[in-house]
Design a protein around this ligand. Structure first.
Ligand code: PLP
Length: 373
């Protein structure tokens, strides 16, 4: 008998990671689907971004500018930031992983909130560090609970503001209180993937705090309102020392040329962004009201999605709603792995998509009526 060969083993902890399961993006059969499972804008990218992407096809054999200078300058111009403090990545997922890679190792702890974005836990565990969960209040990050979990081993705190999948946010005063309560050597990562959608006077994405402290980072993405999820493009605004660390460990050409070109062009089309914000504002409110009227629990959201809470059992549960919606060729997001077995997350879509969801859920809940009244 041939002895079984033992291959290389990953570092301790790697195989303990529950793999990230992306939102469903297709259903069996050829008919088109309504996909509202990954919080992408329903309008797609600006036509200017598509044009720039296509133009970049002429130079695919050349390495891109490894420092993504044109993109960092365009971001800097839009937000009034020093491009030297910006680090770009293949999606903010990469940026979050780079932060974990630079600041976490075995024996370290990093805190995230109870229903926080799952990539944090994965990034923390991938470095052999320990994720520490801070309970939330009303499905919202709780600053006191986070501060209560800080130990001498704490190196990083990750917080999505607004958070995915809840859509809730904490006001700037609370973010400042969090920063003030954390030790100086703890990095605070403010993940502002949905910042563009927030219309609240007490919200600040993180720019001010990054600019005025030496231990706070803000991450952003082109995947949501800019409609470039497929291209993988994100960035971080960092203090000098953090940028220096990230630039040492990132891949030398981690952002592709077509992504840089499309990113620059999309930043130049703020009218496109504005239209998406306004559409979202109207339809998020309409959908929240109409879905609540059907008897669903709807968590107040500042982002471009709604967390919908269903009953347990009685034929009206979230898994049953999901199956029913699939029959209607509609895909929302199951969020059991976020601690919500009885909820679905719905991205705000086009008017037509939103009405289709409303009609389907009205029928599912056994109510009368059409969204077209
Ligand atoms: C809170 C949050 N952060 C980061 C991301 C990652 O986005 P990307 O890697 O596409 O930039 C997402 C995507 O779902 C998110 O919801």
């Amino acid at each position: 008998m041939v002895a079984a060969k033992r291959g290389p083993s990953p570092r301790p902890g790697v195989l303990d990671i529950a793999p990230y399961v992306p939102g469903t993006s297709a259903l069996p059969g050829a008919h088109p689907v309504i996909k509202l499972s990954s919080n992408e804008t329903p309008f797609g990218p600006s036509p200017r971004a598509v044009e720039a992407y296509l133009a970049a096809a002429g130079s695919l054999s050349r390495y891109p500018d490894g420092s993504a200078r044109a993109l960092r300058e365009a971001i800097g111009k839009l937000y009034g930031l020093d491009p030297d403090h910006i680090v770009c990545g293949a999606g903010s997922d990469e940026v979050l992983n780079l932060l974990a890679g630079a600041y976490l190792g075995p024996g370290d702890e990093a805190i995230h909130s109870e229903h926080g974005f799952l990539v944090y836990k994965i990034a923390i565990m991938a470095r052999g560090a320990t994720p520490v969960v801070a309970p939330e209040t009303d499905l919202t990050a709780n600053v006191d609970a986070i501060l209560a979990r800080v130990t001498p081993k704490t190196r990083v705190v990750f917080i999505a503001n607004p958070n995915n999948p809840t859509g809730t946010y904490i006001p700037f005063d609370e973010v400042k209180r969090l920063r003030a309560g954390l030790p100086d050597d703890v990095l605070l990562v403010l993940d502002a993937a949905y910042a563009e959608y927030v219309r609240a006077n007490d919200y600040e994405a993180g720019i001010e705090l990054v600019a005025t402290t030496h231990n706070t980072v803000m991450t952003r993405t082109f995947s949501k309102i800019y409609g470039l999820a497929h291209l993988r493009l994100g960035w971080a605004y960092c203090p000098t020392d953090v940028a220096a660390a990230l630039n040492r460990i990132r891949g030398p050409f981690n952002v592709s040329g077509p992504a840089i070109a499309a990113g620059v062009a999309s930043l130049q089309d703020q009218a496109w962004v504005q239209r998406a914000v306004e559409h979202n504002e109207v339809w998020r409110a309409r959908m929240a009201e109409a879905l609540s009227a059907l008897g669903l629990g709807v968590t107040p959201s500042a982002a471009n999605f709604l967390l919908l809470h269903f009953a347990k059992g009685n034929g009206k549960s979230a898994p049953e709603a999901d199956a029913y919606l699939h029959e209607k060729r509609i895909i929302l997001r199951r969020v059991a792995e976020y601690g919500f077995p009885d909820a679905l997350r719905m991205t705000i879509g086009t008017e037509e998509e939103n009405r289709a969801v409303l009609d389907a859920l009205t029928a599912f809940m056994g109510k009368n009526g059409s969204s077209r009244r």
